[in-house]
Design a protein around this ligand. Structure first.
Ligand code: FES
Ligand SMILES: [Fe+2]
Length: 450
């Protein structure tokens, strides 16, 4: 057993002993300690740009979706002038949530407790007993829903930020924007969300999910062993898939803490030969990717037509995606609720210009992978980890994040730092490097190196 940190506070000095990204070690404390969670809530989630939703979910005035920024409940509402607002879903009278629906269209939000009523911009419009009880002296302009001060959109993805010192969303995304385009900007018209939301509540720490999407391809064969068991040719077992990942893929990290693992070849053909038996729906979607490749190359260039965002990715801290894996593409978000619980939400995403047939096939693909088979596997791991590291002894263990250490470098073709295969823990090391900067700095953590 490694030496105990013996620390229970969340001071910068204590945290620096718990996370050493250069050595590749991370303490169990950061996943279970209440004091560390409380500090994350303030210093990570009140400072970062956080994913709020996709524009296609709120096309018309009054359309809204309910989400979270960290543990704060947020309404994302399309305004009359076409802009998007984020509003804290907490009535200014006693804090009641003024909207309890997941999504919909509303002209007003009426608080179900005493009836204060807000418009779609969050302005307080009416209050029961305004004349007799408040003698008409209540200044309604002072009691609107608290707005999210910054909302910006990157190619359909809506993000919000509470920190006025944070850089613009584009600057925050840094090198990652180039990779996100492989998901968001493949064809004219961009993307849309399809199907409903897939939601799971996991009794684990939010970072377990975020760091996995940041770059854990190491788990794929073991954790998801049942998937190829259902699909593959017994003569072509899963290890060949890992060979494909190592041979034809890379991992990319940005200094801002974002990352993606992607194939750098035309994956449709490689995957087709790697696993023999696909469903008809996977074939329909892969055929769409094959046919649209030239269009994507014209738009984004040859490198980006060959992946390289085909796989899992994470925008720090908690926006995740899984692109073109087994025919499905999805975006997701991890909402923390204390150190020991998080919500795990995911939606299908598709090129708006794709045919109805391709969109329908992709929804069916999503039901199999990842929503049907893979998410349950991953959720089981995250919950089981929390159970085993919650104990006073296990939480003192240092965990090993050293896979593929020191093998990254620059690559002329690709922005950021690049690992020359798809299976390393470089993305997790960069995730915790950035996490530590947020957790140990007193204000927005500037990046002054590479
Ligand atoms: S809590 Fe909303 S009206 Fe009282
Ligand atoms: Fe997984």
């Amino acid at each position: 057993m490694h030496k105990s940190s013996g620390l229970s506070d969340a001071s910068p000095a204590a945290l620096e002993q718990l996370v050493d990204w250069q050595k590749g070690t991370v303490s169990g404390h950061i996943f279970v300690d209440e004091s560390i969670y409380e500090k994350e809530a303030e210093q990570v989630f009140l400072r970062s740009w956080l994913y709020l939703g996709h524009e296609s979910q709120i096309m018309h005035h009054g359309d809204f979706i309910s989400t979270y920024m960290g543990a704060d409940s947020i309404l994302v509402v399309r305004q009359r002038d076409g802009t998007v607002k984020g509003l804290l879903n907490a009535c200014r009278h006693r804090g009641m949530g003024v909207c309890r629906a997941d999504s919909g269209n509303a002209s007003t939000f009426v608080c179900p407790f005493h009836g204060w009523t807000y418009d779609t911009a969050g302005e307080l419009r009416s209050v029961p007993l305004l004349k007799s009880g408040y003698e008409d002296k209540l200044d309604k302009s002072q009691w609107g829903l608290m707005p999210v001060p910054r909302v910006e959109i990157y190619k359909g993805l809506i993000f919000g930020c509470f920190d006025l010192d944070a850089p613009s969303l584009l600057e925050y995304l840094g090198d990652m924007a180039w990779y996100l385009d492989c998901l968001l900007d493949r064809t004219e018209g961009g993307t849309e969300v399809i199907g409903g939301a897939h939601k799971m509540r996991i009794n684990g720490n939010w970072k377990l999910a975020a760091e996995q999407f940041a770059g854990d391809n190491y788990h794929t064969v073991m954790t998801h062993a049942s998937v190829p068991g259902a699909w593959s040719d017994p003569d072509k077992p899963m290890p060949e898939f890992v060979d494909l990942m190592e041979q034809f893929g890379k991992q990319f990290v940005s200094r801002e803490g974002h990352s993606v693992a992607g194939f750098t070849v035309n994956t449709a053909n490689q995957l087709r030969s790697g696993i023999a038996t696909f469903s008809k729906d996977v074939d329909i979607v892969l055929e769409y990717y094959r046919q649209s490749r030239k269009q994507v190359a014209n738009r984004l260039g040859e490198e980006r037509a060959n992946g390289p965002a085909t796989g899992a990715g994470n925008v720090f801290p908690n926006f995740t995606y899984l692109n073109m894996v087994m025919g499905a593409s999805s975006i997701g978000v991890v909402h923390p609720h204390g150190p020991n619980q998080f919500d795990w939400w995911r939606w299908g995403i598709v090129d708006k210009s794709a045919s109805k047939e391709v969109k329908a096939a992709m929804v069916r693909c999503l039901h199999t992978w990842p929503l049907g088979m893979a998410d349950a596997d991953d959720g089981e791991n995250w919950g089981a980890i929390q159970t085993s590291i919650k104990g006073p002894l296990a939480r003192k263990l240092m965990f090993n994040y050293q896979l593929g250490m020191g093998q990254e470098g620059a690559d002329d073709q690709y922005p950021g730092r690049v690992y020359p295969g798809m299976v390393s823990e470089l993305p997790q090391r960069y995730f915790y490097r950035r996490w530590l900067e947020y957790m140990t700095s007193e204000s927005w953590p500037d990046i002054n190196d590479t």
